[in-house]
Design a protein around this ligand. Structure first.
Ligand code: FES
Length: 111
C-alpha cells in the first residue's frame, strides 16, 4: 500500500503531495521530492537538519520518538509538540497519510 504524504512549505503557501512506499524513511521521501531538509548526519541523530512538524494524518500511529530524538529536538529551531526528526520516522503499512510541514528557520541552500 502506498502512503500519501503532503509536504507543506514553512509559510504554508505551497503543498507537494506524493506517494511513498511502506518501509521508507520520511527523510528519504522528503529529499527525493525536493523538500529543504539537509539531513546532514544521515540519520545519526546528530544534526536536527531533518526537523519537521507532523501536523496531520496518521501521526498517532507512529511509534513515539526515542529519548535520544527528544533530546535532539530540544535544540531544533522552532520545535513544538508536532516536531519529529524525519530521519527517525519510518513509514509503515498501517499509515495511510501524513501531513508534514517544514519548520521555519531552515535555510534552503539549494536555490
Ligand atoms: Fe541528522 Fe536526522 S539527519 S538528525
Amino acid at each position: 500500500p502506498m502512503i500519501r504524504i503532503r509536504f507543506i512549505s514553512a509559510d504554508g503557501t505551497r503543498e507537494t503531495i506524493v506517494e511513498a512506499a511502506a518501509g521508507t524513511r520520511l527523510l528519504d521521501v522528503a529529499q527525493a521530492h525536493g523538500q529543504p531538509l539537509e539531513g546532514t548526519c544521515e540519520g545519526a541523530m546528530a544534526c536536527s537538519t531533518c526537523h519537521v512538524h507532523l501536523v496531520g494524518g496518521d501521526t498517532d500511529r507512529l511509534p513515539p520518538p526515542s529519548e535520544e530524538e527528544e533530546d535532539m529536538l530540544d535544540f531544533a529551531a522552532g520545535a513544538n509538540r508536532h516536531s519529529r526528526l524525519a530521519c527517525q520516522v519510518k513509514l509503515t503499512a498501517d499509515i495511510a497519510s501524513l501531513d508534514v510541514k517544514m519548520p521555519r528557520g531552515v535555510v534552503d541552500n539549494s536555490r
